[in-house]
Design a protein around this ligand. Structure first.
Ligand code: SAM
Length: 211
């Protein structure tokens, strides 16, 4: 029996705008590796992978129940690996039997996790990215953000309130705080791309100094 493909309406709406940004940043070179943290339903990875045959995609999820949906979306794409269970708060050496080596990845991608999880997940994302990315490797994050203590427009203010009422450890992250966290991990913000529905794609690059 076919495994169940979950469909998130938001992922259907944002997958093409995000793909357009990825097309500007993913290089043509062969043998590149793209790790997705918190793949959710698996819609994003299955949408992106056919456009970049030179890249091997590693989807992952914290929720074991979502792995089946990710595998179902990925089915038939030879450049998508089986989904791995990853808790981003844990050190990468504990992920998938130490499948990833330090300074080995060209791209790490994460959509819509930072504001819907405790801040510990954001810390884990930047800390592991700082260790796993190759020098000049990219961390690409997507979602709604605060800037210098301000959230705009009102719909994002309301969204932030509703997240915090569900769980006080959730909420939109401030790019000012993220930049500090990134710098502690030798990562710099290089571009903020405006996206539909008041979201942003943030492009972060690991410096060449970290070994
Ligand atoms: C709103 S969903 C986003 C899913 C998908 N990236 C998307 O944009 O449709 C947030 C995801 O964060 C994941 N998450 C929560 N805690 C996590 C953790 N400790 N490590 C990795 N992912 C986590 C959840 O399992 C969930 O799939």
């Amino acid at each position: 029996m076919a495994a169940k493909k979950l469909i998130y309406p938001a992922a259907d709406r944002n997958k093409d705008p995000i793909l357009s940004v990825l097309k500007r940043y993913i290089q043509r070179g062969t043998d590149q590796t793209f790790l997705e943290i918190s793949s959710g339903s698996g819609q994003h990875v299955a949408h992106f992978a056919p456009h970049f045959p030179q890249v091997t995609f590693y989807p992952s999820e914290y929720e074991p129940r979502l792995l089946e949906s990710i595998a179902a979306h990925a089915h038939g794409y030879s450049n998508i690996k089986d989904p791995i269970r990853i808790d981003v708060t844990a050190n990468y050496r504990l992920w998938g039997n130490s499948i990833f080596k330090p300074n080995s990845l060209e791209y790490i991608y994460n959509a819509n996790m930072m504001h819907i999880s405790p801040y510990q997940c954001t810390i884990g994302l930047f800390s592991n990215a700082g260790q796993l990315l190759k020098p000049n490797g990219l961390l690409i994050t997507y979602g709604p953000y605060a800037f210098d203590g301000q959230i705009t427009p009102q719909s994002n203010v309301n969204f932030d309130k509703s997240l915090r009422s569900q769980d006080p450890s959730w909420g939109l992250r401030d790019v000012r705080d993220l930049k500090k966290l990134a710098e502690e991990n030798d990562i710099k913000l290089i571009e903020i791309v405006d996206m539909p529905a008041n979201n942003k794609t943030l492009i972060w690059r690991k410096s060449i100094s970290k070994n």
